[in-house]
Unconditional design. Structure first.
Length: 223
């Protein structure tokens, strides 16, 4: 990363909306709480009075959110994260593809067992769920040759052309082809009431406007 401009910048509510996590839970992962250290190493910290995270942190929070949704306890995720950091000598391994280059499921199971814990409660889950979880984490992220995440498609089913790329618009979601923020297109649509007019204003296909509107509406509903 070449400084703040290339790191991406996301507030806690923005990060929570993108990864589909509860804002209060995500704030604990980022800032910690009484007797509990933060789960991730925040690259940004405070911008004025606002807590913000980087794109790298966003990818880590996505990882945490997916495992929490699968029923994995935070203490287990913390143990896995610490061990994977040590194993691969990378400060933000959950933002890379290194844990997927080998048998990711085996890595997580072995680390959990080494710490004397079950990764997923046998009463409600089984280890086969890990295949689904790990597969979902590998999808929709583009990695560079060193294994670092380059960009992410946060809602590929409803908005396959919307990406989050730290080098553009401070990481805010954009249409990949035009690099126009989805928020700008969606707000223009609210004002104009016509995708065709907005498409003419921004000189983009009307389909891009409609996709941006779908994406922003989905984010608002998830908030």
């Amino acid at each position: 990363m070449n400084g703040l401009l290339d790191a991406g910048l996301f507030t806690i509510p923005e990060a929570a909306g993108l990864v589909g996590a509860d804002k209060r839970a995500l704030r604990v992962w980022v800032e910690g709480r009484s007797r509990q250290a933060p789960l991730i190493d925040n690259q940004i910290g405070r911008v004025g009075r606002i807590v913000a995270v980087s794109f790298t942190n966003l990818m880590e929070l996505r990882f945490v959110s997916v495992f929490v949704d699968a029923g994995v306890k935070l203490r287990v995720i913390r143990s896995i994260l610490n061990d994977v950091r040590e194993e691969f000598k990378r400060p933000h391994p959950f933002a890379t593809n290194i844990v997927f280059l080998t048998d990711g499921k085996r890595i997580f199971v072995q680390i959990a067992k080494k710490n004397g814990i079950d990764l997923i409660d046998y009463k409600t889950r089984n280890y086969e769920m890990l295949d689904v979880v790990i597969s979902s984490l590998k999808k929709d992220v583009k990695y560079d040759p060193t294994g670092d995440a380059v960009y992410w498609k946060p809602r590929p089913k409803i908005a396959p052309n919307v990406i989050v790329h730290p080098s553009f618009s401070f990481g805010q979601p954009i249409i990949r082809a035009s690099r126009i923020p989805t928020e700008a297109l969606a707000k223009a649509y609210e004002v104009e009431g016509s995708a065709g007019i907005v498409a003419e204003i921004y000189e983009v296909p009307e389909a891009q406007v409609r996709e941006a509107v779908r994406f922003e509406r989905e984010l608002r509903q998830a908030a």
